[in-house]
Design a protein around this ligand. Structure first.
Ligand code: ADP
Length: 242
């Protein structure tokens, strides 16, 4: 059976009952790890992701130091127990790619020039995966950076859209990601709507791309609101002493 023949949409609804432009449920917690400078936990549908920030701290080996700015090092890791079939532990091509694109996206908002010769380490640990983990990881990492008090121009907000059974839909879950026609993760700097990550797995026509891109940006703007709310309530908790 061809991929597009697998029924992922029935009577105008998706497998989990969502509308085409509906996000999965999202919950963000700030400051979940006491040993990290900053941290955040995000539940996004069935995805469960922790991000932890350490630094700015001394960078070793020394030859990697940059006298003009800090080095931002993001490491994305899919835990062996995070997927249905156990994943072999350790880095692979996919995690190296996601670590690289996440480092690049976050480097565009962090004021690296304030901390020359140092490194800012960001660990993104995927505890449970159900598609969209790079977006969830970026959103958690941005909140963790803010929690660490690291100066940023803005935060990064991310969401994917894609094509499933010929329809453009927001925020693909695993069955849609695996069996659908295309996945388009996008990350933006919300205030400027500047794109800092754009990847495409599959094919879209020019019109479909425009529709999916706009839907993903709209999703990212909704996530931005939730990131801000989570950060504000974490600050209020500290002030009120909860
Ligand atoms: P993203 O999680 O950002 O959507 P992919 O599109 O590469 O990234 O992966 C989609 C989903 O496929 C993941 O969220 C995860 O549920 C599953 N997956 C990815 N890699 C593996 C793996 N090595 N073993 C099993 N499942 C995996």
């Amino acid at each position: 059976m061809a991929k597009e023949d697998i029924e992922l949409i029935k009577n105008g609804k998706r497998l989990d009952g969502r509308k085409f432009d509906e996000l999965r449920e999202i919950k963000i917690e700030v400051g979940v790890l006491s040993r990290a400078m900053g941290s955040a936990y995000i539940e996004w549908g069935k995805n469960k992701v922790i991000a932890a920030v350490y630094g700015p701290r001394e960078l070793h080996p020394k030859y990697l130091r940059d006298p003009r700015r800090a080095h931002l090092r993001c490491i994305y890791n899919l835990a062996p127990f995070s997927v249905e079939d156990r994943k072999r532990p350790g880095p692979d091509r996919r995690s190296v790619e996601i670590s690289k694109v996440s480092s690049d996206a976050l480097s565009s908002v962090v004021m690296l020039e304030k901390y020359p010769n140092t490194v800012i380490d960001i660990f993104i640990e995927i505890l449970q995966a159900d598609a969209g983990t790079r977006c969830a990881g970026l959103n958690a990492a941005s909140v963790a950076l803010a929690d660490a008090g690291i100066p940023m121009r803005d935060i990064v907000s991310s969401c994917a859209a894609g094509k499933v059974n010929g329809e453009i839909v927001l925020d693909l879950m695993k069955e849609e990601d695996n069996l659908g026609e295309c996945d388009l993760p996008v990350a933006i700097i919300p205030r400027k709507k500047e794109v800092v990550l754009l990847q495409m797995d599959g094919k879209l026509t020019r019109e479909e791309f425009k529709k999916a891109y706009e839907l993903a940006v709209d999703g990212a703007m909704r996530v931005y609101k939730m990131q801000k709310e989570a950060l504000i309530s974490s600050v209020n908790d500290v002030i009120i002493g909860e």
